[in-house]
Design a protein around this ligand. Structure first.
Ligand SMILES: [Zn+2]
Length: 78
């Protein structure tokens, strides 16, 4: 998977961003910080499989938990 340097969305395939058509995409690496769209949740990438990204999330109360999201629900934190 990749992230878009313009809209910061996560995209599955390299080449062109499926959300804003930017062509400057970078590889999404393990341990990269991401944000869950529409929430204040932030996590780090633990595992990437097909359309899903498993995150280690730390909430406001500093609890840690693991949850899987579709890549479409995520945004890269720069
Ligand atoms: Zn984009």
């Amino acid at each position: 998977m990749f992230y878009c340097t313009s809209c910061k969305r996560i995209v599955k395939d390299g080449g062109v961003c499926e959300f804003c058509s930017n062509v400057d995409l970078r590889e999404l690496k393990l341990d990269a910080p991401v944000n869950v769209l529409g929430t204040k949740l932030k996590g780090r990438v633990l595992k990437i499989t097909d359309d899903k990204v498993r995150l280690l999330i730390r909430d406001d109360a500093n609890n840690k938990f693991i949850k899987e999201y579709s890549y479409k629900e995520l945004k890269k934190v720069l």
